[in-house]
Design a protein around this ligand. Structure first.
Ligand SMILES: [Zn+2]
Ligand SMILES: [Zn+2]
Length: 138
């Protein structure tokens, strides 16, 4: 039996990734270590942010402006799986909204995470709506 699967674009290297239901936990990165790299990067960012919070408090007009712009973008941008978090919003905006995510090969599609053969009918949406909603609220 073929597994239902999802096709998505890695937020870091923009590779197209197929993921089967079993592996799908709302991943946004490819199986080549991008999630790990992104996690490390975001940890670094968080640490840096923490360190600069106090210093920036006196001179944060620019940051606030940027924050406001980001909020605006969030509102205007349709709330979909393409806007998972603020970190990647800028990158995501470059991606055309209705990009035809269609794999060229129609033979066997394998999950890039576990290698299992997947159904050629790929979803572009998350399995769990919760994942999406949580991100959009933030
Ligand atoms: Zn990647
Ligand atoms: Zn899999």
């Amino acid at each position: 039996m073929q597994t239902s699967s999802r096709l998505y674009q890695c937020l870091r290297c923009h590779a197209q990734v197929v993921i089967c239901t079993h592996c799908d936990h709302g991943q946004r990165y490819c199986a080549n270590g991008c999630s790990k790299k992104a996690r490390i990067a975001s940890q670094k960012r968080a640490r840096k942010k923490y360190q600069t919070t106090r210093a920036g408090r006196f001179n944060n007009a620019e940051r606030q402006q940027r924050f406001r712009n980001r909020q605006k973008q969030k509102v205007t941008h349709h709330c979909s799986l393409q806007t998972p978090s603020h970190d990647v919003l800028n990158k995501q905006l470059k991606t055309p909204k209705s990009s035809p995510f269609r794999p060229k090969q129609t033979k066997a599609i394998h999950c890039h995470h576990c290698g299992e053969i997947c159904s050629p009918f790929l979803r572009h949406d998350f399995l769990r709506d919760r994942v999406n909603q949580g991100d959009c609220r933030r």
